[in-house]
Design a protein around this ligand. Structure first.
Ligand SMILES: [Zn+2]
Length: 429
């Protein structure tokens, strides 16, 4: 029997220039006395967490800053954060300042300082115990400083389990932040390469949730089986559509001129809207492919990111197979793919995209994506970040492990299908 029910959840939202200055007042509404600010060393160096902590102290609260978040959290880094928080606790609320890594770490800290047991008890099965929290969590205020991850809207905490070399997560409705404070002024110093990668992440969140398998195509669930990601649905669609419109007008502009406040604001709004969409619908193939692309990095050092460990940034990893993945999913719902193309490139005449004539309708969206990626400096395919034909087999295996994401794909993808997507993504133009 087919599903007839969908669900929608979202945090409270405060949006706009200067919104981050109001965290103290917002926390005072929860009656908090002791607050832990969770951030990473790079964000701490910008001074933003200190300013936010000072703003909270003005409301008479005791504030500590934990600046030890590991970018791309691991089970070890989360355990360390949890231990510090447990030793200095109890806490009445948590404030995450940073990108997805800080927000995800704060989610884990919140869970494990309010609920019994250890981290692996709550990690998704089969890697962990898949346990659900039995106790309520504390308020978590998420203040993203990079546009795009959407972690401020979602119920998931992503982590690498080091000894198993696997990326997995903890997912439960109670992990969702209570309040998201999105202040575009916090993103003004983001370098163009980071803006481009984050922008592609936002775009893929919107495109993937918009093209996701519709909730009505899933098997009917029992109430206790419901998951936060339920497939494309009318409410998530609305957010995805608005996000695509905003991106069409702001992504190129924000990469070209980072001081363009209007473009930064529109991009931050697109990120927020896309997060509210995919946080309920889910994402599919480009995100499933991004895990092994980021995880198997050989020796790629992108401009605009701290030197050190080789890295394929999440948004870049997602973007690199998006044109080919969305060409593959086209037959599942041609109308939706064409509608997305129209939203992203509203000015072009029917049958053309970015000035070039495109006869094959399945080619329209991929062609618009490639044109955009070229313009904003995304590398030309997975070959340009170090992958060769010989790597495809292991990339495919990495994608096939992302069953939760593959289940949301509008068209079932076999190993050969995924291999074909990777092979055609070696070089995109
Ligand atoms: Zn993403």
């Amino acid at each position: 029997m087919h599903e007839t029910v969908f669900t929608y959840g979202a945090p409270q939202l405060k949006f706009g220039a200067g919104a981050a200055d109001e965290v103290g007042h917002d926390l005072s509404q929860y009656g908090c006395l002791r607050v832990l600010v969770v951030t990473d060393p790079g964000v701490a160096a910008t001074g933003a967490p200190d300013r936010i902590a000072e703003g909270i102290r003005r409301y008479g609260m005791d504030v500590r800053i934990f600046a030890g978040v590991h970018v791309e959290p691991t089970d070890a880094s989360l355990r360390e954060a949890i231990e510090v928080a447990r030793a200095d606790g109890p806490w009445d609320a948590f404030v995450a300042v940073g990108g997805g890594s800080s927000i995800d770490t704060a989610k884990a800290v919140n869970l494990l300082t309010t609920n019994p047991g250890e981290l692996m008890d709550y990690v998704n099965a089969p890697v962990g115990g898949g346990r659900a929290p039995s106790e309520p969590l504390r308020p978590l205020v998420a203040v993203p400083t990079t546009t795009g991850t959407g972690s401020e809207s979602t119920t998931i905490c992503v982590l690498d389990v080091l000894h198993l070399k696997v990326k997995t997560g903890i997912s439960h409705a109670r992990l969702r932040p209570s309040l998201a404070i999105v202040d575009p002024l916090l993103t003004m110093t983001q370098p163009p390469e980071v803006t481009a990668a984050c922008g592609m992440d936002i775009l893929c969140h919107a495109l993937e949730s918009w093209t996701a398998k519709p909730y009505t195509a899933f098997e009917r669930k029992q109430p206790e089986q419901r998951v936060p990601y339920c497939g494309a649905n009318p409410v998530a669609d609305m957010w995805a559509e608005r996000a695509l419109r905003l991106l069409a007008g702001s992504l190129r502009a924000a990469v070209r001129d980072g001081s363009d406040v209007q473009a930064r604001t529109d991009l931050a709004m697109a990120a927020t809207f896309a997060g509210m969409g995919f946080g309920n619908a889910g994402v599919h193939l480009p995100h499933a492919n991004a895990y092994p692309i980021a995880g198997g990095v050989h020796d790629f050092h992108p401009d605009g990111y701290p030197d050190g460990e080789p890295l394929v940034p999440h948004g870049m990893a997602v973007a690199l197979t998006a044109p080919e993945a969305l060409r593959f999913t086209f037959p599942a719902d041609p109308e939706r793919h064409l509608a997305a193309a129209d939203l992203l490139a509203p000015a072009v005449d029917p049958g053309t995209a970015n000035g070039s004539t495109v006869d094959d309708p399945a080619e329209r969206l991929p062609s618009i994506l490639r044109g955009l990626m070229r313009d904003i400096g995304i590398p030309n395919g997975i070959g340009a970040v170090g992958y060769r034909d010989a790597d495809i087999e292991s990339l495919v295996q990495g994608t096939m492990r992302q069953q939760r994401l593959l289940a949301t794909a509008p068209r079932a993808a076999s190993e050969e299908d995924v291999a074909g997507i990777f092979r055609r993504s070696l070089e995109l133009w």
